[in-house]
Every structure is written in structure tokens, then in C-alpha cells.
Ligand binder design. Structure first.
Ligand code: FMN
Length: 499
């Protein structure tokens, strides 16, 4: 068995960093940050050049600076390395005598850690000195534990440790580094880790822990709950919520973001889902001019909007239901537009609706579950927004009844009092075809937009509306016969006559 005895820290540029260096000056430019250095000594410029991947060890960089300059140059070098680290421009790799163990890769400027890459973290470990308070101390009793936000995943051929608390990613090159992560699920001291992973010496374990601590992935546990659990800033966050938040907003993520058209090598999913085969029910179309003339004033509608969970004994009529869907969901216009950057130029279709939507992609589909509506057989329908009609998906089978039961339970009402439940489903591919990192977040925002449009339309019409906060997407996919990953429910809304 090979034993990793000694470790060194290798510094290298982050992969999209460009160094331009000339007489006494250097500019380091990354995708999000840059650092311009003036009056730089030649030994520092040459050290900067040595950061080109695969990079150079801290020791060798320091030796070369001391050989060509003096101790002031070395101090200046550490200062610049600190600046570069704070801007997320350099990676820090731990190398054992048999190869790389792990590399800390900054995701963004927020990756700035409490100490600079190249700061004397590892030296402190080696000499047993206690450096920064977040550093692994040398005491044998100190126990370390993985943050509850840290997670392992495969990317390409590598395993990475990430955390939505962190502005860095730890690439784990060596299986022994993975073993350390596994053991840190429960608190472990350095000695315990070394005992269980004989291929790693304590310096290697300590260095790895130092990297993980810098990235807020590991904390000293010492038998007490970690700050993940007790800090008010963290205790309210569930793992999946913080991960979703951090990855669907700019900031601590290096993923491509926004309208990247990442799936543009295949045709865009259609603006309108083809609906074929099922029995069709035409819907009432209101006269728009009449609505504009006779609707209550907007301020009154807005003021009187309420969630109403008690419905009238006389159910909503087919005319009201048709008018409601027309006001909220019909196709208002269609157009085609060229896909930016497509070669040869290709076009994509759009179908606008009465509510706003990111990129005008309109990925949401409306699935009314009718329990009581005069003029309609009970069952699950899908709305055709272009033809303004309903397609029957199925009668009230056990899955459809379960959808009604669940909505009733969320609203705290009896299922038999529901008149219409409108389920919103997202055609995820339509929005993910164009948008990266934010596709699902956008779809949820669209649900909110539709909810408010529904609330206002129902209020203007004198109907009873109520949004529903949770639903079972698997149950929906089963009831509607959709593929969960292609199209599943993201929102529910109750509609009925007023009590
Ligand atoms: C996104 C969202 C989810 C909601 N989920 C539910 C729910 O599951 N059950 C329910 O009875 N009301 C639900 N509501 C309605 C709220 O309880 C209601 O809007 C809130 O109490 C304010 O009352 P108001 O709408 O009458 O002004 C939801 C509202 C929204 C916007």
C-alpha cells in the first residue's frame, strides 16, 4: 500500500484565467474578476507565470522568489496570492508524494476564504502551531464533522465535494480523500481518520481538513452541534432549499447562467403541446370589449381579492369556467423568431398568453380536474390554449380522486366541496432548452404569476379562488399519463362559485 506521507500545496490558475505580464506589470483576468498589478518585481512576474496549469508548489515558488529577490518580495508575493485568492482566480491542489489528493477550485469571487491560498495554513499544521481559529488544531481530541450542506457528486470522471455554503468545489482525485469524506459523516479526530485510512499520514489528513474547513465543508464538532444547526442564519435552511437558491442565482456558482441555449443542437420543444385523440369540449369565449366595459375597476378587484375555501352550493357554470380560462390562459398571439446564434439560421415558435413569462416560452400547461361544473362531465382535462377547448384525459378514477383529496387536505376542506381544481404542469424541456441554471426557478416564478392572474380574474368574475401550496407530482404524472421528468405538476389552484 502506498502511504501519503508528505503533502505540498500547488497553486495554479483557475481554468479561465489569463495572465498578461510585461515590464513591471501584470494583469490577471478571470471570467468574473481581474487584478492589475503595477511595479511588480521580475521574480514575482516569473512566479505568476509558473501558476499556469499544472501550477507550482508554494515551496518552490517561495524558493524561486527568494533566490531572485529578497524577503520583501516574498511578503509581497504572499500579499498578491491573497488578492488572487480573494478574487477566485487561483486553485489550490494538495499533492502527496504519489500524486494529487484534492484540489480546491473557486466557483466565484465569494470563494474568498479566511486565509489566502498559499498562506501558512499547512505550515501551521506541520509545525503544530495553531493558525487561524478555523484551522484544524493539532490537539488529538478535536473532532471534525462534515457540514450537513456538503454533498458528493460525480462530474465528468471525477468526484467532487460541494456545498451551497461554499464558494469553492473540492475535487477529490484520490480514493483516500473520498474515504476521509465518508468518515466525516460522524465526528472523527485526525488520529481516528489516520487509523481507519492507513494510506494517509496525519499531515495529509490535516491538510485535507484545512482545505475543507476553508471551503466551509467541515467544522470542528467537539461533541456540540455545529453552526449548520445552531446558527440562525443556517438553521432555517434545508439542504435542498439552500442548494437550489445558491445554484439558481448568480454568485456562488461557476455554472453557465441564463439564456445559453445549451440544448440548441436539437429542435426547440414546440410552443404548443400537440393534443390529439381525446374527446374535446369547446369552451365559451367571452367578448373582450364587453369585459373591458363591464369588469369592476382594477383597484376594487385588487382590494377585494381573497383566498376563498368555501364554495357555493350551485357550482360554477360552463360559461364562467370558459371565461376564466380565456382570461387567464388562452393563446393571445403567435409568432416565430430566429434562434440567436443558430447556424444555419433557424426559427422557433412562440405562443403568447395573458400573463408574462420569461423568454415568452410559456412552458406551463393547465390541467383542470372538474368535480362539479355545470355542463361538464367530472374528470381530468387538459386545456388547449390555442383552440380554447378542453381535452378529456380521464374520468374520475382513483388517481384523479386522490388529486382532489390532496388539494382538499391542503386547503383544509372536504373533497366533496371542490368544484374545479386547476393543476399547472411544466414542460421542463421547453424552458431548459434555452435557460441554464435558472430553468426550474423560472418555472416556479411562472406559477406565481399564473396564481395572481387567476386570483384577479376570479375576483373580477365574482368567483372563489384559492392557491394550493403543495401537490404530488408523481401522482399527477400517473393520472395524466405524462413522464415525470418531461412534464409534471408544479402548482395547483382551486376555483368555484362563491358561497
Ligand atoms: C403560493 C401560495 C400557496 C398557497 N397555498 C395554500 C394552501 O395550500 N392551502 C390554502 O388553504 N391556502 C393556500 N394559499 C392561500 C394563502 O393562505 C392566502 O393567500 C393567505 O392566507 C392570504 O390570504 P388572502 O389570499 O385571502 O389574502 C396559498 C397562497 C399562495 C400564494
Amino acid at each position: 500500500m502506498r502511504v501519503i506521507l508528505a503533502v505540498s500545496v500547488k497553486l495554479s490558475w483557475h481554468d479561465r484565467v489569463v495572465l498578461s505580464a510585461g515590464e513591471g506589470q501584470a494583469v490577471v483576468a478571470g471570467p468574473e474578476a481581474r487584478l492589475a498589478l503595477r511595479s511588480v518585481a521580475p521574480e514575482i512576474v516569473s512566479a505568476l507565470r509558473r501558476l499556469a496549469p499544472p501550477g507550482e508548489t508554494e515551496e518552490k515558488l517561495a524558493e524561486s522568489i527568494l533566490a531572485d529577490g529578497n524577503v520583501h518580495s516574498l511578503a509581497r508575493w504572499y500579499f498578491h496570492v491573497d488578492q488572487l485568492g480573494r478574487r477566485g482566480l487561483i486553485c489550490r491542489a494538495l499533492h502527496g508524494d504519489a500524486g494529487p489528493l484534492a484540489t480546491l477550485v473557486p466557483l466565484c469571487q465569494a470563494a474568498r476564504s479566511s486565509s489566502a491560498p498559499g498562506a501558512p495554513a499547512i505550515r501551521a499544521l506541520r509545525t503544530g502551531r495553531n493558525g487561524h481559529s478555523r484551522r484544524p488544531r493539532s490537539g488529538p481530541d478535536i473532532s471534525y464533522r462534515l457540514s450537513r450542506f456538503a454533498y458528493l457528486r460525480r462530474t465528468g470522471d471525477e468526484m467532487v465535494l460541494e456545498s451551497p455554503r461554499s464558494g469553492s468545489r473540492l475535487v477529490l482525485h484520490d480514493p483516500s480523500a473520498l474515504a476521509v469524506v465518508g468518515l466525516l459523516a460522524a465526528g472523527c479526530t485526525v488520529a481516528e481518520l489516520c487509523e481507519k485510512i492507513p494510506s494517509l499520514e496525519s499531515v495529509a489528513v490535516g491538510s485535507l481538513l484545512a482545505l475543507m474547513q476553508d471551503a466551509s465543508m467541515v467544522a470542528e464538532s467537539e461533541g456540540s452541534p455545529s453552526e449548520d444547526a445552531t446558527d440562525p442564519g443556517f438553521e432555517s435552511w434545508e439542504f435542498h432549499d439552500l442548494l437550489f437558491h445558491s445554484r439558481s442565482r448568480r454568485g456562488r456558482s461557476d455554472a453557465q447562467f441564463g439564456a445559453t441555449y445549451r440544448l440548441a443542437d436539437r429542435p426547440p420543444p414546440p410552443a404548443l403541446k400537440p393534443l390529439a385523440g381525446n374527446p374535446i369540449v369547446d369552451l365559451y369565449r367571452p367578448d373582450q370589449e364587453c369585459l373591458e366595459r363591464e369588469d369592476p375597476p382594477f383597484a376594487r378587484v385588487q382590494n377585494r381579492r381573497r383566498s376563498l375555501r368555501k364554495f357555493g352550493t350551485d357550482p360554477i357554470t360552463a360559461q364562467q369556467f370558459g371565461e376564466f380560462l380565456h382570461r387567464v390562459g388562452r393563446v393571445t398571439e403567435t409568432w416565430t423568431a430566429e434562434i440567436p446564434g443558430s447556424s444555419p439560421p433557424s426559427a422557433m415558435e412562440f405562443a403568447g398568453r395573458p400573463y408574462p413569462a420569461g423568454g415568452a416560452l410559456y412552458e406551463l400547461e393547465f390541467y383542470p380536474v372538474v368535480r362539479a361544473c355545470r355542463g361538464f362531465a367530472p374528470g381530468l382535462y387538459e386545456y388547449d390554449p390555442a383552440g380554447h377547448r378542453l381535452h378529456l384525459v380521464s374520468g374520475c378514477n382513483s388517481d384523479v380522486n386522490a388529486l382532489l383529496d390532496e388539494a382538499a387536505s391542503s386547503a383544509g376542506i372536504e373533497p366533496r366541496t371542490i368544484q374545479v381544481l386547476i393543476i399547472l404542469a411544466s414542460r421542463f424541456q421547453r424552458i431548459a432548452w434555452k435557460y441554464e441554471s435558472i430553468a426550474y426557478a423560472l418555472t416556479l416564478k411562472h406559477v406565481g404569476v399564473v396564481y395572481q392572474t387567476m386570483y384577479l380574474a376570479a375576483t373580477a368574475m365574482g368567483l372563489a379562488p384559492c392557491a394550493v401550496g403543495c401537490g404530488d407530482s408523481d401522482l399527477f404524472a400517473r393520472a395524466a399519463g405524462t413522464d415525470y421528468h418531461v412534464e409534471s405538476s408544479v402548482g395547483e389552484f382551486l376555483l368555484g362559485s362563491r358561497e
